[in-house]
Design a protein around this ligand. Sequence first.
Ligand SMILES: [Zn+2]
Length: 204
Amino acid sequence: MTTPRATDAALDVPGLVARARAASGTDGRLAVGDIAGWDTFPFEREGLRMRALEDPVVPEPPRQDEDAATCGRCARTDEHFAWTDGTWRLSASSTVSVPSVILDRRAHGDLNDLDDDAAAELGRMIVRVERALAAVPGVGRVHVQRWGDGNGHLHVFFSARPEGMLQLRGLVMPLWTLHLPALPDEEWAAILASVVARLDAART
Ligand SMILES: [Zn+2]
C-alpha cells in the first residue's frame, strides 16, 4: 500500500452512499444499529426502522442568515437577549424542558470565519457559560453543541443535563429534551437569572 498523500484527501460521498445502499436490506433500509440497545436510547427497539437514505443534494440549499445584510440574528436587538457584552449575546427560549441557552457572536460570521483572537474569545466564553450553567444546583452536566446546518450566523447551544438523570447522558439528550415537559416559568427564570449573574461577575 502506498503512503497516503494529503493532496489526495477527499470525502467520496457517492461512494459512501453506494456502500450504505449495498449494506441495506431488501427494503432499502439500513438495519437499526446498536444504539437502540443503549440504556440511554429514548425509544424501544421494537418497531423501529431506519428511514431510507436520500440522495445527496449538491450544491446544498442556502442556510438561513448566510448574508449579513439580511441576517435575522444580526437584526435582533439586545433587548431580545438575556445577557450581552461588546462581543457576545446570550439568549434563551421562554419555554425549555431543561435549562438551555444559546451564545451568539455579535458580529456576523460562522465558526470558520473567526480569526485566532476571536477563536480564543469564543473558547473563553464557552467555558464561562458552561461554568455558569453547571453551577446551578440540580445540574449534573452541561452539554455544548455547535451544529451550523440551519443558520449561517455562529451560535453555540448549551443544555444542562439534570443531575442523576443518567438516561440523558451524551448524544441522546436532545431527543429526550424534545419529549420532556417544560420547566415551570418561575424555576426557569430564576435559573436564567443566576446564569446572567455569573456571567456579569466574570466580565473582564
Ligand atoms: Zn448575522
